[in-house]
Design a protein. Structure first.
Length: 353
């Protein structure tokens, strides 16, 4: 034991107050009398414990385990208790003396690093053993957290110990398809990553189906036309060599080093109608009325995909030399297999159609 204070008291006083002592610390008090002959023998020690105070030590922490959604810390009490004597005759007070009170807790603050935002505050009782585990759950995958831990006694908090810990990678969430564009033979799909990245995205997987794939459950494999995996450099992809005026369903999934996450919802896109091929001009004949009679034919891929000749429209254009002059045009609709149109080009003017 170390002598903390010695004080003389004159008679007839029978009491003494020791001030300025440390909080929640056990002190041994002894007394002896003085006479003309000299000092008498010391009395038996009286043990007294001061009231609670703020803890003065920091937890000694190390990372025990990290998963995708949890962090386990290890607190080593034995190193805190080195060179601390047993006090008040109770070995259990060794750690509590350092913590300045009984029934102490760990208080654990968990915060995002970016943005700096508190996620949770939790408490856990201190167990006076050599080691104790502090378990933090409910975290997000592949996220860096600032973990701050302190001892707390009677709502008085001691100094903090801080650790930066990142949870492990997971599979990413569903990407979100933003839009698509199409031609008569291709579809270009664009998407963004989902709200849960899960880690570093290293690639995407796309699947193309005929319309009619199940929208609720996993689509029918027999309807899948194409499967493609690409890198993470771009968030768009073009499917080519498709049928014109056809309906397709597309979905996309993102992947990390852990694996690919769930697919997005199926996204339906129609390819465009192809433009008809030019009709074949059969003849051009001047009429006595100073008109020109044109005859042409349209069959096969020239014909409209939306119906037969009854719904076909044509644009007839003509110009006079030089050919750089903007041509005149008229739009006509035909109602029979004999395709024809009339134009009045003026007296004696050559023409090009």
């Amino acid at each position: 034991d170390k002598l903390v204070r010695q004080q003389n008291v004159s008679v007839p006083e029978r009491s003494l107050i020791f001030a300025g002592l440390e909080p929640y610390k056990c002190y041994h008090s002894l007394i002896r009398a003085l006479s003309n002959i000299g000092w008498g023998a010391l009395s038996k020690p009286v043990h007294a414990l001061t009231s609670h105070g703020r803890p003065e030590v920091q937890p000694l922490l190390s990372v025990q385990n990290v998963s995708r959604t949890s962090i386990v810390l290890r607190s080593d009490h034995s190193k805190l208790s080195l060179n601390v004597s047993f006090e008040c005759g109770n070995a259990g007070n060794r750690l509590q003396s350092l913590l300045r009170g009984p029934m102490s807790n760990y208080v654990v603050y968990t915060s995002f690093v970016e943005p700096n935002q508190l996620v949770s505050r939790q408490t856990q009782p201190v167990i006076p053993e050599a080691n104790q585990l502090i378990i933090i759950t409910g975290l997000q995958p592949y996220t860096q957290y600032n973990i701050s831990v302190a001892f707390e006694t009677n709502q008085l908090q001691g100094p903090l110990t801080r650790l930066l810990v990142r949870t492990l990678e997971s599979v990413p969430g569903r990407p979100v398809i933003t839009n698509a564009s199409s031609t008569d033979q291709s579809i270009t799909l664009r998407w963004i990553d989902g709200s849960t990245a899960g880690g570093v995205i290293i690639g995407y997987k796309l699947e193309l189906y005929r319309c009619g794939a199940n929208q609720q459950d996993e689509p029918d494999e027999s309807l899948r036309l194409h499967k493609q995996q690409i890198g993470a450099e771009s968030k768009q992809f073009t499917f080519e060599v498709l049928d014109p005026n056809a309906c397709y369903s597309i979905r996309v999934a993102a992947g990390t080093r852990v694996g690919f996450g769930p697919f997005s919802s199926l996204y339906q896109v129609y390819t465009d109608m192809p433009a008809p091929r030019p009709p074949e001009l059969l003849s051009a004949k001047f009429l006595e009325s100073n008109d020109i009679l044109l005859n042409w034919t349209c069959s096969g891929l020239c014909a409209s995909l939306l119906g037969g000749a009854a719904s076909q429209h044509y644009t007839v254009c003509w110009s006079t030399p030089p050919s750089g002059i903007e041509p005149n045009c008229l739009r006509t609709q035909t109602f029979s297999a004999s395709q024809q149109a009339f134009c009045n080009c003026g007296d004696g003017q050559p023409f090009q159609t």
